[in-house]
Write a protein that binds this ligand. Structure first.
Ligand code: NAD
Ligand code: UFG
Length: 338
């Protein structure tokens, strides 16, 4: 089986490529490197001991993308490519909609041109907005509060419409909760550009001494300790979720939607404490005001994926923090040479 991975040089894509290669799939990566480096691809090959095919192509470049499909017959696509910074999407909606929606439309058209009928799509818990109840099941209403989130809601709808028009397609919409952690080798991990937006990479940079302190965005939420609660999931568990989704597509299921989360919520303070334990360091922090657009709590009901994909997250927050810390200490400048 030959799998095309868009965004395969990025954080979740690179970890998934390792699992794909170890499982014996042939892997072709298409990535513009707008938010990643080719070094991650080199390390994926090193960890897996297998070669993969890399094309530096932007999804907006239809002829460049078609040339990749022309070269070898592709059995399935895993579509990670997209921009993901929520705040940036508010400031630059046209850039986000063009990259994430137009880029995806080009991909779907080229897939149709070459008769590729199997797709795994990276969706997000962001499509649930501020949920009315917890835990979140897949049938909750969909909404968004920023262009990044709207693009996920719209792309899901576009894929449902494509499926209704052609029920021979097989599409898995995977709604990730909060991906964290790194490959246990410490060779690949999340390499944010500039100051991280997300909690765990920020804590890691405080722990390693690159940033002075963590700002905790609010301790007056209706949660056990007042800080925000999220469903953090180890990126290796997410990677194995993609393996199970591909196996599901091979059974011709039509369009299927799954939450990929652990089902457990942890607060910001719980994550700070878990990381301090993993790193053996104190994490200085200061409570500041709430971040606009944040919600109090968000965690999955992952039972549908457990039932239908035989998939379950197996790594807890100690492993998430330990693996993030290993990656951070071994690569203080990410993939960049010091
Ligand atoms: P990432 O930025 O590390 O990886 C995305 C990759 O896509 C990058 O390598 C980037 O260079 C590439 N890319 C972006 N636009 C492209 C284009 N037009 N053409 C070709 N390549 C392009 O992000 P990630 O965390 O690995 O996220 C992967 C996917 O999962 C994204 O779609 C993201 O929205 C989704 N997701 C991420 C999270 C999260 O918190 N990390 C949560 C839910 C969903
Ligand atoms: N937080 C801080 N300080 C920081 C960063 C975050 O206190 O410096 C808090 C937030 O207020 C929140 C929690 O840590 O309570 C988690 O915040 P993240 O930014 O790590 O994650 P979010 O849940 O806000 O959003 C992430 C992705 C979204 C995605 C969503 C669900 O950034 O793109 O998970 O998958 F949609």
């Amino acid at each position: 089986m030959r799998i095309l991975v868009t965004g395969g040089a990025g954080y979740i894509g690179s970890h998934t490529c390792v699992e794909l290669l170890l499982a014996g799939y042939e892997v072709i990566v298409v990535d513009s490197l707008i938010n990643s480096r080719e070094e991650s691809i080199r390390r994926v090959a090193e960890i897996s001991g297998r070669k993969l095919n890399f094309h530096k192509v932007d999804l907006l470049d239809k002829s460049g993308l078609s040339a990749v499909f022309q070269e070898k017959k592709i059995d399935a696509v895993i579509h990670f490519a997209g921009l993901k910074a929520v705040g940036e999407s508010v400031a630059m909606p046209l850039h986000y909609y063009t990259n994430n929606i137009t880029g995806s439309l080009v991909l779907f058209k080229v897939m149709a041109d070459y008769g590729v009928r199997n797709l795994v799509f990276s969706s997000s818990a962001t499509v649930y907005g501020d949920p009315a109840a917890l835990p979140i099941t897949e049938d909750f209403p969909l909404k968004a509060s920023n262009p990044y989130g709207w693009a996920k809601v719209m792309l899901e709808q576009i894929l449902r419409d494509l499926y209704h028009a052609d029920p021979t397609l097989n599409i898995a919409l995977l709604r990730y909760f909060n991906p964290v952690g790194a490959h246990p080798s410490g060779r690949i991990g999340e390499d944010p550009r500039g100051i991280p937006n997300n909690l765990v990479p920020y804590i890691a940079q405080v722990a390693v001494g690159k940033l002075p302190e963590l700002q905790i965005f609010g301790n007056d939420y209706t949660t056990p300790d007042g800080t925000g609660v999220r469903d953090y999931i180890h990126v290796m568990d997410l990677a194995s979720g993609h393996m199970r989704a591909l196996e599901k597509l091979a059974t011709n299921p039509g369009l299927v939607t799954y939450n990929l989360g652990t089902g457990k919520g942890y607060s910001v303070l719980e994550m700070v404490n878990a990381f301090a334990k993993a790193a053996g360091k104190n994490i200085p922090y200061r409570i500041v005001g709430r971040r606009p657009g944040d919600i109090a709590s968000c965690y999955a009901d992952p039972s549908k994926a457990e039932r239908e994909l035989s998939w379950e997250a197996t790594r807890g927050i100690d492993a998430m923090c330990r693996d993030t810390w290993r990656w951070q200490t071994k690569n203080p400048n990410g993939y960049e040479e010091p």
